[in-house]
Design a binder for this molecule. Structure first.
Ligand SMILES: Nc1ncnc2c1ncn2[C@@H]1O[C@H](COP(=O)(O)OP(=O)(O)OP(=O)(O)O)[C@@H](O)[C@H]1O
Ligand SMILES: [Mg+2]
Length: 247
């Protein structure tokens, strides 16, 4: 089943400045899709279009077969810079994620507590983002995205502001939760510029060209998980992604 279909998406600031030329791809149920491409090719814009946060110049996105016309409750967004509100407690930051749900305040609070706990942050409910490390802040950002029980998780370079060790731990935690069906998320679309991360996490890799972007190549990655980053198969896939990006 197709969770998300991006159909002939284009985006221009003006006729002279076309950022996204023509991009189409699908994210199926149980698929982890990564979008990778050169800086400035419109990856963040594309993800915002899919989320319904930005209107495309041309084309459309379908979420479970229905046209996206604004933010949808079934899709949640994780930001590169966490985007937490410093004057709210960590718990209240997570609660924002379910503010549109028809639940009582105490039910929202309970959901937020459970999600913070799943993300390994129990004990930090009443403190503020400023006491957290970068990795912990992103855990709050991810908890905020997941607390509304989205079917699709959209992540824009979620690990790129973190040091490599922190990023690696968070990546394996996320994969653990997704694969153990601890969460209702059916598919993930992640923007990254990190080839190794993309090959580690993805079932499908969409490689974008430089702007005005189009899909330069699509690669299905069938390696068993957890993936051995030093295996020949893994390194061969990385090489072929680099080769496509260099074209
Ligand atoms: N107001 C504007 N007018 C024209 N072009 C703009 C404007 N704002 C941004 N851009 C262009 O839009 C592109 C940025 O798109 P976007 O942020 O989606 O790219 P990206 O692939 O996510 O980049 P990065 O890898 O750096 O995160 C850049 O090429 C930038 O030059
Ligand atoms: Mg970007």
């Amino acid at each position: 089943m197709k969770m998300v279909q991006a159909k002939n998406i284009s985006y221009s600031f003006s006729p002279e400045s076309v950022i996204i030329g023509d991009v189409s791809f699908d994210a199926d149920k149980d698929e982890f899709v990564s979008l990778i491409g050169p800086s400035g090719c419109g990856k963040s814009t594309l993800l915002r279009i899919i989320a319904g946060l930005v209107k495309p110049t041309g084309g459309k996105t379908l979420y479970m077969g229905k046209k996206v016309d604004g933010p949808s409750s079934g899709m949640s967004f994780v930001f590169q810079d966490f985007a937490l509100l410093p004057w709210l407690t960590n718990l209240d930051n997570v609660k924002i994620g379910c503010s549109m749900m028809k639940l009582s305040e105490s039910e929202k609070e309970k959901k937020a507590e459970i999600m913070l706990d799943k993300m390994g942050l129990s004990g930090f409910e009443r403190s503020y983002p400023n006491v957290l490390s970068g990795g912990m802040k992103q855990r709050v950002g991810i908890a905020r995205a997941l607390v509304s029980d989205p079917k699709v998780l959209l992540m824009d370079e979620p690990f790129s502001s973190l040091d490599e060790l922190t990023a690696e731990t968070l990546r394996s935690d996320i994969i653990y939760h997704l694969k153990n069906k601890n969460l209702p998320v059916n598919s993930v679309i992640m923007v990254t510029h990190n080839v190794e991360e993309a090959v580690e996490l993805s079932d499908k890799l969409i490689i974008l060209s430089k702007k005005p972007s189009h899909v330069a190549a699509t690669k299905h990655i069938d390696l068993k998980r957890p993936r051995n980053k030093r295996s020949k198969e893994f390194l061969d896939i990385m090489d072929s992604v680099y080769a496509t990006l260099a074209k």
